[in-house]
Write a protein that binds this ligand. Structure first.
Ligand code: SF4
Ligand code: F3S
Ligand code: FES
Length: 248
């Protein structure tokens, strides 16, 4: 006879949040503890929302999509970068500590400004298609046929949601403000693969063939370990480095 599984006792989660308001001169960074009754399929987003609705409306954190698409809910979860909306509390111990992603400007509590960092990186690396044809906005040129395998390869790299977890997980990015991170190097690979981009290898390498690019990477691998989209970041960086060495 089949046994009915015993229902596990509900846990009371102890959630500690690193709180700080950088625009308030009286604010000191400190951990604040909250208790939340765990529910089935509870994500950290749900837990934080419950805290904000029922315990402390001043708690700051970012969410838009709640589906791992917008990249806005990155934070440090028990010492590791991750997306709060994709993290189930049942995969975590009862005591959870949350902190904002490092390397980005702190807005308050768990909310950071990844947008300014990403925009700066994007402008420095000119992460858009460089093509005289495209500048004329000719729809026939824009609709060039592309081999499906190549389109797949480009699509794979475009799955990046600019969440910043790879930057937060990278020792180099913590030490060098100008390091473009795995996210930047991923973008360079994406545009280099794109046949519509007329930049030469030498032009691409001029952008990242330096200490703020591939030569700043110390192969620490945190980027790949914590990318929530499982992008093969370290593999691509190694590939870029090899290409550069062979064309130098
Ligand atoms: Fe996030 Fe991965 Fe993109 Fe880095 S490469 S920003 S970890 S999705
Ligand atoms: Fe950083 Fe990833 Fe390189 S963690 S050092 S960019 S392999
Ligand atoms: Fe959009 Fe988490 S809320 S990725």
């Amino acid at each position: 006879m089949n046994q009915i599984p015993l229902r596990q006792a509900r846990r009371t989660l102890q959630i500690q949040v690193l709180r700080h308001n950088p625009v308030d001169p009286a604010s000191e960074p400190h951990l604040q503890a909250f208790e939340v009754e765990e529910a089935d399929a509870m994500t950290l987003f749900i837990a934080l929302n419950e805290i904000r609705e029922q315990q402390d409306p001043s708690l700051q954190f970012d969410f838009v999509c709640r589906a791992g698409i917008c990249g806005s809910c990155g934070m440090i979860i028990n010492g590791r970068p991750g997306l709060a909306c994709r993290t189930l509390t049942r995969d975590l111990p009862e005591r959870i500590t949350l902190a904002p992603l490092p390397a980005f400007r702190l807005i308050g509590d768990l909310s950071v400004d990844t947008g300014t960092w990403m925009r700066g990186m994007s402008e420095r690396l000119e992460t858009w298609i460089h093509s005289e044809g495209l500048e004329r906005v000719d729809i026939d040129t824009m609709e060039q046929v592309m081999e499906p395998e190549l389109a797949e390869q480009i699509y794979e790299l475009e799955r990046c949601i600019e969440c910043g977890c790879c930057v937060a997980a990278c020792g180099t990015a913590q030490m060098r403000e100008d390091f473009v991170g795995a996210v930047g190097l991923n973008q360079i690979t994406r545009f280099r693969l794109d046949p519509r981009d007329e930049r030469t290898d030498a032009e691409f390498y001029e952008l990242v063939g330096n200490e703020s690019g591939v030569f700043g990477c110390m192969t620490l691998l945190g980027c790949e370990d914590f990318c929530p989209k499982d992008l093969p970041l370290a593999t691509q960086i190694a590939f870029l480095r090899r290409r550069m060495a062979s064309t130098a």
